[in-house]
Design a protein around this ligand. Sequence first.
Ligand code: SAM
Length: 216
Amino acid sequence: MRLRNKPWAKDKIAAYPQYVIPDPEARRGRWHELFGNDRPIHIEIGTGKGKFITEMAKLHPDVNFIGIELYPSVLVSALDKLIESELPNVRLLNANAKDLTTFFADGEIARIYLNFSDPWPKKRHEKRRLTYRDFLALYDRILSADGDIHLKTDNQSFFEYSLVSLSQYGFVLAAVQLDLHRSDIVGNVMTEYEEKFSAKGNRIYRCEALRPPQQS
Ligand code: SAM
């Protein structure tokens, strides 16, 4: 993502602790208390400017959503959408996905969305891909027994890599769409990147992967 530096973004984020949670480590294992209900929690990693998560939260008031984004200059746009919509079932974290297990207890999360994750095409950057096995190990820990990952991308190489990485780790591929916008899926909510790249004619790939079955 091309970043436009916004030096004021950190201060704005700090001014809205009710939306961008400043102390996610303190909430570990207690996110349901913050939302005030026992509804499932879905997280989006690399939430960008927040279109997907805010639209999903409007459509699914029975789900709690947490968007995680590394860059304040990007997250501040998602914050603006929250301030405007005042959605009670969304929170944001200005954080790195590598720290997920410090924010969430084992089994606390029902679903992880990975939307148009940076593909990091060079082999030497493989460890940065959000479907690299070290990240999958974090997801495996925080997902509930019947939890899953929903992934979308327009990058064929990253998609193929992710299918292999997920399968090798033990995730079970439950659905694969090789051309999402020409499939019969209903209720697809587009992300900012999805709008941009599908308008250019790029094909959108999607998969759902179930958490590895547990040994009894
Ligand atoms: N999901 C949005 C969409 O589809 O429009 C944004 C896609 S953008 C290509 C990827 C986003 O993931 C960027 O905003 C980037 O800052 C964020 N990101 C990348 N690695 C991350 C990490 N380790 N933790 C949190 N966010 C990350």
